[in-house]
Design a protein. Structure first.
Length: 253
């Protein structure tokens, strides 16, 4: 278990889970916070609300798909304050499964996450202390390919598998890896959904669950449990049966 979570870096911090996690950690003793996002106005608003709790909050508008820019930003942040927790959270939904949208989904969700994770690994491997955590935001949608959002679910499945593999791979370096697989959480992504969203959860409630389980070194943070159980069952059913079930489920319009 990490002893102190004081210096935190979060991508995709201008809305949704990223915003909620930033506010949670600011309220619960974060000393230095480094937040990035794509919308300057929203990011500035998050910064101001975090600073109310006394945290030193620095923000950056950076494209997570820009490998060199991300590497430089993360290393610069680490020089200012030795990072304890890096959360690769930035992501997009696909919308219509057009060629452009599909490529953008994979580039942002997968490569954008790698551009966050790899510099963190490089920095953390050089340190001998135990206060080193990488958290990767996947999704319940990553348990099985979904016909309603094939690209999105595929990217989240990739992140889930990668994070699970990294956990034991990085254990000798005393680096904790946690994979976050939430269900439907209030965000700009879910605001666009037209399908039913069972067990819909406010972002602040999700942030409390995530932070508590990161603190207790949970490898897979999947919630709510009914959705986790349902998606797991669908993932292990024979394809003929799972195809039938997915065919009768409501789709986005």
């Amino acid at each position: 278990m990490c002893r102190k979570i004081e210096n935190i870096l979060i991508t995709g911090a201008s809305s949704g889970i990223g915003e909620a996690l930033a506010l949670y950690y600011a309220e619960h003793g974060a000393v230095h916070m480094f937040l990035c996002g794509r919308n300057a106005k929203r990011l500035q608003d998050v910064q101001k609300r975090c600073q109310v709790h006394g945290a030193d909050v620095q923000t950056q508008i950076v494209d997570v798909t820009d490998q060199k820019a991300m590497e430089k930003w993360i290393k610069d942040c680490h020089k200012k304050a030795k990072l304890n927790l890096v959360i690769a959270n930035a992501g997009v939904s696909t919308g219509a499964e057009t060629s452009e949208n599909v490529y953008n989904t994979f580039e942002t969700n997968v490569m954008g996450s790698l551009n966050t994770i790899m510099p963190a690994i490089e920095l953390f491997k050089k340190r001998q202390d135990k206060d080193k955590i990488i958290a990767i935001t996947s999704s319940i949608a990553g348990y099985h390919g979904l016909s309603a959002c094939p690209s999105y679910s595929a990217t989240k499945a990739c992140l889930k598998a990668y994070g699970e593999g990294l956990r034991n791979h990085l254990k000798p370096y005393k680096i904790q890896v946690s994979v976050i697989c939430p269900g439907f959480v209030k965000s700009r992504i879910t605001d666009k959904n037209t399908c039913p969203m069972p067990f819909f959860m406010p972002a602040d409630k999700a942030a409390k669950i995530i932070a508590a389980r990161i603190k207790h070194n949970c490898g897979l943070i999947a919630f709510p449990w009914p959705m986790r159980l349902a998606t797991w069952l669908l993932s292990v059913l024979p394809n003929r049966l799972s195809d039938f079930i997915y065919a009768i489920l409501p789709h986005k319009v």
